[in-house]
Design a protein around this ligand. Structure first.
Ligand code: GUN
Length: 313
């Protein structure tokens, strides 16, 4: 299933110090995507008097989640959309959270709802996610959207895999017939990523931390998407020469007494072998919020019975 909001980019820039791989510049791609979305939002407002709105719910004070939520709010406003932030105490009851979701479901100003994960241990995340109106489920985590994606129907697509798919299509054009290995089997990235690649005609393998001889599985792939949450696990020696490597990992490590962000792929060794590679930071990360905004605009258009793409045309 091809997404309406696919935006072709110019040639990827080369990595100056790496002998082989081209750098896939997710930061630039995401900036262009946000700019196009802002233009479409402006048209929606001026021609239809509609202002898309995204509600983000954060329960508790997890520092990483607070940073993500702040960035989401800022970029939502920059795009010209309404941003509604709901910060709840870590001790909030599940019933109170479900009550808030119910109110957001019926609020006509809210087109997208995101409940930041992880939730505190006393809450049932599946129950909470499945309480969100599936048409407002801009994360694509509701069981209905999972089923729609898995059966190739029009769904809300999870943001990080959607961002990876956009980068892959931009880099490679048609993905049909290519061999893809997804390393990681999470509901947020691994499983939906595999569905999207399958939808584009790839031959897909889902590998994970328990896969035997992971290196030789990865070595078969024209496309490698890694989302395992293990710093620098995938090495250059595992990669087929010329393969396109998408690194979803964001890991904070201590290196030479300094705090550093690294991916799930060992960048220097992979860059010597791969055809193209996403850096960390500046690769997949910025695509996630850009795709969240794209999903919010999509949800808003569907809600109002308007075409999902070409608003500006
Ligand atoms: N926590 C980490 N990634 C995500 C995401 O994509 N969506 C939500 N809701 N929570 C997250």
């Amino acid at each position: 299933m091809r997404q309406a909001l696919f935006i072709p980019m110019t040639e990827a820039a080369s990595v100056p110090s790496s002998p082989a791989a081209a750098l896939i510049d997710g930061k630039a791609f995401a900036a262009t995507l946000r700019q196009r979305l802002a233009e479409q939002v402006a048209v929606l407002r001026t021609e239809h008097g509609i202002m898309p709105g995204l509600a983000v719910v954060l329960v508790g004070e997890d520092p990483a989640s607070q940073v993500y939520v702040r960035n989401k709010g800022r970029q939502t406003l920059e795009c010209g959309m309404n941003s509604f932030e709901h910060k709840l105490d870590a001790g909030t009851s599940e019933a109170d959270l479900l009550g808030l979701i119910g109110r957001l479901n019926s609020d006509p100003q809210v087109h997208g709802i995101l409940v930041q994960l992880p939730l505190p241990a006393h809450m049932d995340a599946n129950k909470v996610i499945n309480a969100i109106d599936p048409t407002k489920d801009v994360d694509g985590f509701h069981i209905l959207n999972v089923g729609l994606l898995g059966t190739g129907q029009k769904a809300m697509v999870p943001c990080t895999p959607l961002g990876c798919l956009m980068l892959l299509r931009d880099r490679l054009g048609k993905l049909e017939g290519l061999s893809a290995v997804v390393v990681g089997r999470s509901n947020i990235v691994g499983k939906p990523m595999a569905q999207l690649l399958l939808g584009d005609g790839c031959t897909v393998t889902i590998a994970h931390s328990r896969t035997q001889d992971l290196a030789s599985v990865v070595r078969q792939a024209d496309i490698v998407v890694v989302a395992v949450g293990r710093p620098e696990m995938v090495r250059g020696e595992w990669i087929k020469p010329g393969a396109t490597v998408i690194d979803v990992g964001i890991n904070r490590v201590e290196r030479d007494g300094q705090n550093k962000l690294v991916g799930d792929v060992h960048f220097d060794s992979a860059a010597a072998v791969a055809g193209a590679l996403t850096p960390v930071p500046g690769g997949v990360g910025p695509m996630t919020i850009a795709c969240l905004l794209a999903n919010t605009l999509t949800a808003c258009c569907r809600n109002h019975g308007l075409p999902e793409a070409g608003l500006a045309a």
